[in-house]
Ligand binder design. Structure first.
Ligand code: PHB
Length: 390
């Protein structure tokens, strides 16, 4: 063939291919994202903050992630494990979503992880800490932007032992998050020379604390460790104070005890020491710009839940960018999500091989409406990922 003609032909072929690729890209339908979160009940505020955080990052990307428009589907999971499988199947089967973001409650999230694994639906957990999700039940399509229950429990145990307390009592709701957080606390506290003398619990989401507070008063431990969150945390912190215990027995907790709750807790929360992977006043440009944008968009202060929702969107964005928005390239997308370093308002974090954040845990003190950093409890704390084989 004539050389010039050949060049013209190959240039034309390239132009056609480019145009086809462009058209294919332009015609990509929106990516379907299912939000399964609590919009009612004791964790309702947490679910809303997660959704707000997720949407803020999408808005910052011009309404897209990795070049793809996002179409949202929503289910209120009510933090009810007995409805979890039916609820998650509304997103997987009825709505045929590409990605699920959820949820807050560990028991609900465990059922979601099972359904996601069976159907190979990409799942990003923006709060629930159930250890098995990035442990024995781990899978290449299941990620967490938050923490494992073991992590904040362990970090708080380090803080309590470091203060020289010897005898501790624990109190929580009797379900995966409460029990696993207490386990993490106990591991670190006893390694640091303390002893947990008694574990107290009540069913989720009950808030009748009186009998348990009476028992604490009778036992007089050096310190009380509590895991509660949302509406339950508001009531517990107020009741602990009203029972006269705040003045006599120091109360510590994983930071959920005072996160997103300080306005409602008022004076009862002031001075409480907690440990968490976020604090309001982390003085970095990343955190400050995030908090400003969040406050502007939602007329509310950002909290740890907002950060976790925002970072779930950042993780998905990183995966989609790596495959130029082509969600069918799932292996490459998931690999990119695992390898990404997330530029979080909490500080940069890597994602472990079991797909859980490796992150610093801060010591915080409740002051006014803010959880203020007073130090670092544990740097770069990684969940052991026990039992994760894939
Ligand atoms: C959980 O159920 O895993 C859970 C709920 C609320 C929190 C933290 C963990 O703030």
């Amino acid at each position: 063939m004539h050389r010039t003609l050949k060049l013209v032909l190959s240039a034309t072929a390239a132009a056609i291919a480019a145009a086809a690729a462009f058209t294919a890209h332009a015609q990509q339908p929106p990516l379907k994202v299912g939000l399964m979160l609590p919009y009612t009940g004791t964790f309702a505020a947490l679910g809303n903050a997660i959704e707000n955080g997720f949407r803020l990052h999408v808005a910052e990307q011009g309404g897209k992630l990795g070049g793809r428009e996002i179409q949202f589907f929503k289910v209120d999971d009510e933090s009810d494990p007995s409805k979890a499988t039916d609820n998650v199947n509304k997103l997987i089967k009825r709505d045929a979503v590409d990605v699920i973001v959820g949820t807050v409650h560990s028991g609900v999230a465990l059922a979601m992880a099972r359904a996601a694994k069976e159907s190979n639906t990409l799942l990003i957990v923006p709060n629930a800490g159930a250890d098995a999700i990035t442990g024995a039940q781990c899978a290449p399509n299941i990620f967490r932007s938050s923490f494992s229950n073991w992590q904040p429990g362990y970090a708080t145990g380090v803080v309590a032992a470091g203060k020289g307390y010897k005898r501790a009592m624990t109190i929580t709701w009797n379900y995966a998050a409460g029990n696993e957080t207490v386990k993490g606390f106990t591991e670190a506290f006893e390694k640091g020379g303390g002893k947990v003398i008694k574990d107290l619990s009540l069913p989720f989401p009950n808030v009748e604390f009186q009998a348990l507070l009476t028992e604490i008063a009778a036992q007089k431990p050096d310190v009380v460790f509590a895991f509660f969150a949302g509406g339950g945390a508001v009531k517990f912190v107020k009741d602990y104070d009203a029972a006269g215990l705040k003045k006599t027995i120091p109360l510590v907790g994983s930071g959920f005890l005072t996160d997103g709750t300080l306005e409602a807790q008022g004076a009862s929360a002031q001075g409480l020491i907690t440990a968490l992977h976020y604090a309001d006043n982390i003085e970095t440009p990343r955190n400050e710009s995030f908090r400003k944008a969040y406050a502007l968009a939602y007329k509310a202060n950002a909290d740890v839940y907002a950060v976790q929702g925002y970072d779930a969107a950042q993780m998905l964005n990183a995966g989609l960018i790596a495959v130029k928005g082509d969600f069918s390239k799932r292996d490459a997308l998931q690999l990119a999500m695992q390898k990404t370093i997330v530029g979080s308002p909490r500080g940069k974090f890597a994602i472990s091989t079991s797909r859980n954040p490796v992150q610093d845990f801060y010591i915080r003190e409740a002051k006014g409406h803010y959880n203020v950093v007073t130090g670092v409890a544990v740097k770069q704390l990684a969940d052991p990922g026990r039992g994760c084989k894939s």
